[in-house]
Design a protein around this ligand. Structure first.
Ligand code: PEP
Ligand code: MG
Length: 593
C-alpha cells in the first residue's frame, strides 16, 4: 500500500501559464451539491433534521435580503426576482413537501429536498406556458441556495487559505482565480478549463504556473500529496521520484534564468531587424496590474478588462469608485495609451452575487455589449467614469463583442448621452478620445468595412474570434485540441480585418492571447497588425522575439503560408523557419502550434 502510494503518476493537461512549481496539494472541493446521498434518520432525530432544513432556509432568506439591501436604489428594479425567490422559500410546494418527505421517509433533509425538487422540475417542464416554466427555473435556483447551506458547501474562499500550497480543483471561475493570494498559492491545477479560458488568462497575469483540463486530477490527487506542476508543458506529476524532482528543479532554474535574461532587456524598444518598431502593450484585469505592465516594458495598456472590478462584491460599483480606479491607471501610464474596454460580463464571467439569467448558452447570450445596451444605467455609469478619467491621460474606449453596425451606433449614442449628462452637471471630462471595437464575432469580420466607418480602431480578440468562428468553446478541455489559432479560417479573418481597416485608414490591433505567444509573431507581423497587446508577463519575451525577426521576411513568409491549405503545414513551416529563434523556452505542444 505504502509502495503504491508513493508510485510516481504522470498526468497531461493543458499548460496555460508557464513555469514550474513543486509542493503540497490542497484540494478545494465545492461539489457536494450534486452528489446527494440518502441516509436514514431515527424517529427521535426527525425534529432535529427538520430544524436543520429550516435553518438552511432561513439562512437563504437572509442571504437574499442582504443582496437586495446592498443593491443601489437605481438598480432595485432588477432585484424583483429575488423578492420572488424569498417568497418561494416558504412556498408549501417546496417547503411543506420537503418537511413532509423527511417525516414520511425518515430521510435526511438533502435527499428530501432533492426528491421534491426533481418532482417539481419534471412537473413544470411538462407545462408549455412560459410563466410556469420560469417558476420551475426559480424553484431550482432557490433549492440550490438551500442545498448549499445544508451541505455547508460555501463557495471556495480562496482568500482564506493560509498555507503555501498548490490548489487542486474541479474548476475555478475567473472570479475565484482572481482572489488568489500570490504569497500563498504556488500554482493550480483543475479538471476543467480550456486553453483560452479566463481562468488561464488570469493565471498567466498572476504569473503562477497552471495546468487545466486534467479531467480527473481531483480523483487521483489527495490532500498533502507532493506534486510537480509544469505549466509550460502541461505535465503534472504526483509523488515524483528523486530523479524526477531533480530534473524539474533543474528545469525550473533554467526557466527562471532564461526569463530573467529576457526581462533585463524589456525596456528596449521592440524593433525588427529591418528597423520597424512594433508597439507591445499589456492586458490587465485589475488596476494594480498596471505596475507589471510598466516594469515589463509595455508601451501602454491595449486591453483593460474592467469587469473584474464588478466581481467578488455585492451590488455594482458606483461612478466615483470606477473613476478613481480608472484615473489611477491612466495617470500611471500617461502619456502612453490606456484602452479601457467596457463591461464584458456574463458568458464565463457571470457576476457571482447577482441573480443569474437563465440562459442555455450563456456564451451566445446576454454578454458584453448586449448586456450593457439592455442595462443603460449600469453602462452609462461606467462611461461617465471613463470620460472623467480621460482628462488625466491618453484614453481609448473599446466596446466588446460587437456583431453589427447598430450595436456600435447604440453604444456611441449612450457615450454621447453620458457626456451630455456630465456637461449638464458641470462635471469636467474629456470627450476627445479614440473609440474602437473588439473584432471577436465572425459577423464583425464580414462587415468590417461598415464598422470601420464608425470607429477609430479595431482590436482583434482572438480568444473569442476563434471560439465563435470555429465553434470551439474556449473553456472546454474536450475540444481544446481543435482550438487552433493557425486554422486557415482564422488567418484569413485576421488578414481581412487588417486589410479592410488599413484601406479605411484606421489602425488594427490585437489583444487576444494569440498576440502574446511568440510562436505566432511571424504570422502577425506578416499580416500587418499595428499593435499587439498581451498579459504583462509575456511582454519581455515578445519584445525579445520581435527583435530577432524581419518584417520583410515575415511578409514573404505569409505569402507562402497563403498557398498552404492545412493548418499542420503552416505549423510545420513556422517550426522549420523559426526553430531556435522562437522556441527557446519550453512550451506545451497542445496549447501552442
Ligand atoms: C478576446 O476575446 O480575445 C479578448 C481579448 O477578450 P476576452 O478574453 O476578455 O474575452
Ligand atoms: Mg473576448
Amino acid at each position: 500500500m505504502i509502495e503504491q502510494e508513493s508510485q510516481e503518476i504522470v498526468l497531461k493537461g493543458l499548460g496555460v501559464a508557464p513555469g514550474i512549481c513543486i509542493g503540497k496539494a490542497y484540494l478545494v472541493d465545492k461539489e457536494g451539491v450534486n452528489v446527494v446521498k440518502r441516509y436514514t434518520i431515527a424517529e427521535a432525530d426527525l425534529g432535529q433534521e427538520e430544524n436543520r432544513f429550516k435553518s438552511a432556509v432561513s439562512k437563504a432568506r437572509h442571504e437574499l435580503s442582504t443582496i437586495i439591501q446592498e443593491t443601489s436604489p437605481e438598480l432595485r428594479q432588477h432585484t424583483a426576482i429575488l423578492e420572488t425567490h424569498i417568497q418561494l422559500l416558504q412556498d408549501k410546494m417546496l417547503y411543506g413537501r420537503t418537511l413532509d418527505t423527511i417525516q414520511r421517509f425518515h430521510c435526511n433533509a438533502e435527499w428530501a429536498l432533492k426528491t421534491v425538487v426533481d418532482e417539481l422540475r419534471a412537473m413544470f417542464q411538462n407545462l408549455t406556458e412560459p410563466y410556469f416554466r420560469q417558476r420551475g427555473a426559480d424553484i431550482v435556483h432557490v433549492s440550490d441556495r438551500i442545498m448549499r447551506n445544508l451541505v455547508g458547501g460555501e463557495s471556495v474562499n480562496i482568500r482564506s487559505i493560509d498555507k503555501r500550497v498548490i490548489l487542486v480543483a474541479k474548476d475555478l471561475s475567473p472570479a475565484e482565480t482572481s482572489q488568489i493570494q500570490l504569497e500563498r498559492i504556488k500554482g493550480f491545477v483543475t479538471d476543467g478549463g480550456g486553453i483560452a479560458s479566463h481562468t488561464g488568462i488570469i493565471a498567466r497575469t498572476l504569473e503562477i504556473p497552471a495546468v487545466l483540463g486534467l479531467n480527473n486530477a481531483t480523483q487521483i490527487i489527495r490532500n498533502d500529496d507532493f506534486i510537480v506542476v509544469d505549466g509550460s508543458t502541461g505535465f503534472l506529476i504526483i509523488h515524483p521520484t528523486e530523479q524526477t524532482l531533480m530534473e524539474y528543479e533543474e528545469r525550473s532554474i533554467r526557466y527562471e534564468r532564461e526569463k530573467a535574461l529576457i526581462a533585463r532587456e524589456s525596456r528596449m524598444p521592440a524593433k525588427t531587424v529591418d528597423g520597424v518598431s512594433i508597439q507591445v502593450m499589456g492586458n490587465i484585469e485589475l488596476p494594480e496590474e498596471v505596475v507589471a505592465v510598466r516594469t515589463n516594458g509595455g508601451n501602454g495598456i491595449g486591453l483593460y478588462r474592467t469587469e473584474f472590478q464588478y466581481m467578488g462584491r455585492q451590488g455594482f460599483p458606483g461612478e466615483n469608485e470606477l473613476y478613481d480606479k480608472y484615473r489611477d491607471v491612466v495617470e500611471v501610464m500617461t502619456p502612453r495609451p490606456v484602452t479601457i474596454r467596457t463591461l464584458d460580463i456574463n458568458g464565463d464571467k457571470a457576476l457571482p452575487n447577482q441573480p443569474t439569467i437563465d440562459e442555455a448558452n450563456p456564451v451566445l447570450g446576454l454578454r458584453a455589449i448586449r448586456y450593457c445596451l439592455k442595462k443603460p444605467d449600469i453602462f452609462k455609469t461606467q462611461l461617465r467614469a471613463i470620460l472623467r478619467a480621460a482628462l488625466y491621460g491618453n484614453v481609448r474606449i473599446m466596446f466588446p463583442m460587437i456583431s453589427c453596425c447598430e450595436e456600435v451606433r447604440a453604444a456611441k449614442a449612450l457615450l454621447k448621452e453620458a457626456a451630455d449628462s456630465l456637461a449638464a452637471e458641470g462635471v469636467e471630462f474629456e470627450y476627445n478620445v479614440d473609440v474602437g471595437i473588439m473584432i471577436e464575432v465572425p459577423s464583425a469580420v464580414a462587415v468590417a468595412d461598415i464598422l470601420a466607418d464608425e470607429v477609430d480602431f479595431f482590436s482583434i480578440g482572438t480568444n473569442d474570434l476563434i471560439q465563435y468562428a470555429l465553434a470551439i468553446d474556449r473553456g472546454n478541455p474536450h475540444v481544446s485540441h481543435l482550438y487552433r489559432p493557425l486554422h486557415p479560417a482564422i488567418i484569413r479573418m485576421i488578414k481581412t480585418v487588417v486589410d479592410v481597416g488599413h484601406q479605411k485608414g484606421i489602425k488594427v490591433y490585437m489583444c487576444g492571447e494569440m498576440a502574446g505567444d511568440p510562436i505566432y509573431l511571424p504570422v502577425l507581423l506578416g499580416l500587418g497588425l499595428d499593435e499587439l497587446s498581451m498579459n504583462p508577463q509575456s511582454i519581455p519575451m515578445v519584445k525579445n522575439a520581435i527583435r530577432k525577426l524581419s518584417l520583410k521576411e515575415s511578409r514573404a513568409f505569409m505569402r507562402r503560408v497563403f498557398k498552404e491549405r492545412k493548418e499542420v503545414q503552416v505549423a510545420a513551416m513556422l517550426k522549420n523557419a523559426y526553430a531556435g529563434v522562437l522556441f527557446d523556452l519550453d512550451y506545451d505542444e497542445d496549447t501552442a502550434v
